[in-house]
Design a protein around this ligand. Structure first.
Ligand code: ADP
Ligand code: GLC
Length: 493
């Protein structure tokens, strides 16, 4: 089974969020399952410097639509995944992020950059370059690769295509001028094809033309067929529902393992859970918070965008901070209003709140290993990885009942807490792993926090919940079987 895995991020070469985690881990899992995989990735400047250490070989040089292209081969560091890097100056000759510059502004030519990337995927998929690998399946991810299934639809001899939605909120939307400049077929400017409310969308191209569409949790697969979550694409998605499948993400259990995590001061397992506390105390000290075993420590790590429900956190946690009843450690970067909101909270409660604005891989691990409760009140969440990391690390998650969060956290509810407190429920009968709330409001979050804190006051109960959470198997070994089955089905067709 030959798979071309086309993605704009893959950890550890490049990552801005969960897409990077999946782009790095899923190809490795597929390889372990016996698939032959080539990962196709843009050769961003940052990727090229990391890949140099892993070994780089120039495979080809050619022209694509007038642009000079180099194709490099490397390995995804720490794995056997053969990785091909598409090197155009628009990727490799720039500092900054994959999609924008240091100020956060999008690159002005993103449409062109990812068009070219998609064209190279098309050339490889249709054996137009002299390579020793022609895929049977081309698997694309998010808007950056949405044009690939569309471009491939024009070939009679082509691989089957799978398009995975990681986040419908990013549509890759550009105007008619851009459409015309790319010389895409004129008939694609149609509402049943790429046209989208007077513009056109790369994501929509993937949804219209891919043979199969997947998304990253069963609940999100349902939700996106409704106006509330469908971003204007709900009609198309329900029209295609026979080809739409929700497959929950796994996590990289090697990278995210509290028993061997190099980023945390005190490693621990379920059996040595006692050692976990040292991480909390060290983090409090490092982040200049009062060092205190007993005060509940909340953690947040994430992109600071509306999706992540930061404003709910700011509102819900204030009274607790004012009462000196908890601490908060937050790490994130993104929109100014949320960065400033968190910084203002820190200013108001310097003895209880420590905020890091920025991206820090080490700190993101440490927070999971140190905090008692991980906050993830996302307004919507296609899958979400942090709530899985936190369960594996014994930090109990508080999440909004939505998308992948409801599919991965088992809610310990108020009646169960009442039953525990009156003695009619014993810890041996508890399978739950965290806390969920229904309404995306600060009041509902605050209520949920109170429930969690009431549990925290019961050490035996808390430890049982932690051990349940840490016991859950979120590994890709399990999750990647769904993709393998889908590929097999496509090959049979
Ligand atoms: P999303 O993909 O929507 O950002 P996920 O929960 O799926 O959400 O994945 C987010 C990933 O990005 C996690 O691995 C998380 O640890 C990481 N991450 C997000 N923000 C930061 C940050 N500021 N520093 C370090 N890691 C971060
Ligand atoms: C997106 C989603 C997130 C998901 C990740 C990986 O960024 O926002 O929920 O976990 O992709 O699939």
């Amino acid at each position: 089974m030959k798979i071309l895995f086309v993605c704009s991020e893959a950890y550890p070469l490049i990552k801005t969020g969960g897409l990077g985690d999946v782009g790095g881990a899923l190809p490795r899992a597929l390889l372990k399952r016996g698939a032959q995989v080539r990962l196709l990735l843009p050769a961003y400047g940052a990727v090229m410097s990391k890949a140099k250490d892993a070994g780089l070989k120039l495979l080809l040089e050619f022209e694509c639509d007038g642009a000079p292209v180099k194709l490099w081969q490397t390995r995804l560091p720490g794995s056997r995944v053969v990785t091909w890097l598409v090197d155009i100056a628009e990727f490799s000759a720039r500092d900054g992020g994959p999609y924008g510059d240091h100020t956060g502004a999008d690159w002005h030519d993103n449409a062109w950059r990812f068009y070219l990337f998609s064209r190279v995927a098309e050339l490889i998929s249709t054996a137009q370059l002299s390579l020793d690998f022609t895929p049977e399946i081309t698997h694309c991810h998010d808007w950056q690769t949405g044009l690939v299934p569309a471009l491939l639809s024009r070939h009679t001899k082509r691989p089957a295509t799978v398009f995975t939605i990681h986040n419908l909120a990013y549509g890759g939307i550009f105007n008619y001028e851009t459409f015309a400049s790319l010389r895409l077929p004129e008939d694609w400017w149609h509402h049943e094809k790429l046209e989208f409310w007077g513009n056109f969308s790369y994501l929509k191209a993937g949804l219209v033309y891919a043979d199969k569409i997947t998304t990253v949790s069963p609940s999100y697969a349902e939700e996106i067929q409704t106006p509330e979550f469908g971003q204007g694409l709900e009609g198309l998605l329900s029209h295609r529902k026979a080809d739409l499948l929700g497959l929950i993400n796994g996590i990289d259990t090697q990278t995210w393992n509290p028993g061997s995590d190099a980023f945390i001061p005190s490693k621990y397992t379920r059996r040595s859970l006692k050692r976990r506390m040292a991480n909390k105390l060290a983090l409090q000290q490092e982040r200049k918070l009062p060092v205190n075993e007993n005060i509940p420590l909340f953690g947040f790590v994430g992109r600071l965008v509306e999706q992540k429900g930061v404003s709910l956190i700011l509102e819900a946690i204030k009274p607790l901070l004012a009462a000196g009843e908890c601490q908060l450690v937050a790490v994130g970067t993104g929109q100014r209003e949320y960065e400033q909101g968190l910084l203002a909270l820190q200013e108001e409660f310097p003895d209880a709140v420590a905020v890091t604005i920025g991206y820090s891989e080490p700190l993101s691990h440490w927070v999971e290993a140190a905090c008692d409760i991980f906050l993830m009140p996302s307004l919507f969440e296609p899958c979400g990885l942090n709530q899985m990391y936190s369960q594996r690390y014994g930090a109990l998650p508080i999440c909004h009942y939505v998308g992948g969060l409801r599919d991965t956290v088992v809610n310990f509810c108020q009646p169960q807490l009442d039953a525990y407190l009156n003695g009619s429920l014993s810890v041996s009968d508890i399978d739950e792993t965290g806390f969920l709330f229904r309404e995306p409001s600060a009041e509902a979050l605050a209520q949920c926090i109170h429930r969690a804190l009431a549990c925290y006051q019961q050490p035996e109960l808390w430890q049982a919940l932690q051990l349940n959470a840490m016991h859950k198997d979120f590994s890709w070994q399990q999750c990647c079987e769904g993709y393998m089955e889908l590929y097999r089905e496509l090959l049979e067709e």
